[in-house]
Design a protein. Structure first.
Length: 261
């Protein structure tokens, strides 16, 4: 794969990836507060949702790629995510990630190398996290649960690369939404058979044996190392989603801060 010129870095601004003091999620989950404080939090949460709705309404259709921020450039999973980002961009999808390094950078990089649109949805954390240099745009959120809603709402597919707790959280969040019928025809692709294989053995072993899940719950998730197989699954399912919802978006209103690609 040829090495393109490095794009100009995204200007992080004061909000990117860092918040002074305790995160908003931490204070929110500490227990009940005063009525005034709880009302203020509810208003802030509503504002977060509204911000996300207006920022992401016209950037799709998106496919979200998740994976570890610790994956170094040049490693096999970095290069696999980079290839997937390029394939998704070539098929016309916006590539959405958490906007950080590692797998996220690789997917955004692949999209940019193939003239695609690259988006980062950041979460503010006490530790500073710099955006990767392959983003066309990023949106920063205070609350994890708001960010998770945005990633599900504006995506027509999900790709999970090797990662840690955060990747597992997002993967099983989507799996639960599919299992409970909250989302339909949503392709979930898990890439890295060697890495994820033991987890699928557990899903198909003890969990099925004890009837905690049904075979179809696992069958809905594609485990593969093949970008061709991954893209076939995403394109097949996304076609139905696009027909059902993405053609009813209306036109952009600049006064509301709505932007497209």
């Amino acid at each position: 794969m040829s090495e393109p010129a490095t794009p100009p870095p995204v200007e992080p601004g004061p909000e990117w990836g860092k918040v002074a003091g305790r995160p908003f999620d931490t204070r929110f989950l500490e227990g009940p507060g005063s009525r005034t404080r709880e009302l203020g939090r509810a208003i802030r949460i509503f504002g977060e949702f509204l911000k996300g709705f207006r920022a992401l309404h016209f950037v799709g259709p998106c496919v979200t790629v998740f994976g570890s921020a610790r994956t170094p450039p040049g490693s096999r999973y970095y290069e696999l995510a980079r290839e997937m980002g390029g394939r998704l961009a070539t098929s016309g999808f916006t590539v959405m990630t958490g906007g950080g390094p590692g797998i996220m950078e690789a997917a955004n990089r692949g999209a940019k190398e193939h003239d695609g649109y690259s988006l980062g949805c950041n979460i503010e954390l006490p530790r500073e996290q710099k955006p990767n240099p392959y983003l066309d745009r990023f949106v920063s959120f205070r609350y994890f649960f708001v960010r998770k809603v945005m990633l599900a709402k504006y995506s027509v597919g999900f790709v999970a690369m090797p990662g840690g707790f955060g990747t597992l959280d997002e993967l099983f969040e989507i799996a639960t939404l599919i299992q409970t019928g909250k989302v339909h025809d949503f392709p979930v692709v898990v890439m890295g058979t060697e890495y994820w294989g033991p987890m699928f053995e557990f899903l198909r072993g003890p969990m099925l044996k004890e009837r905690m899940i049904e075979p179809r719950d696992v069958d809905r998730i594609l485990l593969t190392d093949s970008p061709d197989e991954a893209m076939a699954t995403i394109e097949h399912s996304a076609a139905r989603l696009l027909q059902r919802s993405w053609l009813r978006r209306g036109r952009r209103l600049w006064v509301l801060g709505e932007r497209g690609r």
